[in-house]
Design a protein around this ligand. Sequence first.
Ligand code: CA
Length: 307
Amino acid sequence: MRIGRAAGLTDTGRRRRQNEDAFVCDPPLFAIADGMGGAQAGELASRLAAAAIEEAASAVSDEEGVVGVVRAANALIFERSLHDPAVAGMGTTATVALVDERTELLTLAHVGDSRAYRYRAGELEQLTTDHSLVAELVRSGRLTEAEAAVHPHRSVITRALGTEAEVEVDTRTVEVASGDLVVLCSDGLSAMVRDDEIARLIGASDRDPHAAAEALVHAANEHGGDDNVTVVVFELIEGEPAERDRRAAEATDGHPDPADPDDVTRESVLDDVNRHGAGKGSRWPALLLVLALLAIAAFAVWWSLVR
Ligand code: CA
């Protein structure tokens, strides 16, 4: 068995102005992060989490490694929030999935209410348990599933990454087989589209991960698009496990090789997040354009005077 096609898609939805979701689609590692804390704080938290997870992708091979990545992302976001009052209290969900093609096992680690599903023979099975207020009320019998689906506080999560120095991470390992599809999503999908409809849309997409991801995001928006919606879908197919580039993994012994362009250090990725995470990186081109227009206008005035 091996991983076949994979697709990740994110959309702001119809009500929000910003997209605070992020995802990782870097076989054999996949993840969703749904940020919170308002505007740029939520966006930064989810991007920091995704960057930390993506950075470690080639070095993670087991459950311990996956949990380690989630804990490292937690520490990173928490420390950043301590040192920057503008993003104090920011947090994010994180749902990480790692496929071991040789053992045919899927390892999940998650915090928050971003979900993982396994689609097999037309049936959709939720593999994660939401760390949310309504999910806990349903588990304790104080709310029905139907009541939870329309509860005004259904988006309140009871566990997040980055809000405390330590975080409790749920893990689970399940078997996967060729023919299965795995879906990761933010609550912008699961709160808007029922599980049976998600299953129907995947079936109608002819099991094409990209078509399925597009259909799911479209459905969330058709149902109102109340929240940012993010979906990662990948398929498992017959075949020999892929030979993946392990160079980055070999270099994570604390001695990065400066000659190897693939050996990106943690700091370099975080610098990149710092530059682009809050959208500040895009202001320079706009400023240069304004200066260029001013220069042209000044030249035009000078030219009309000297003629
Ligand atoms: Ca959300």
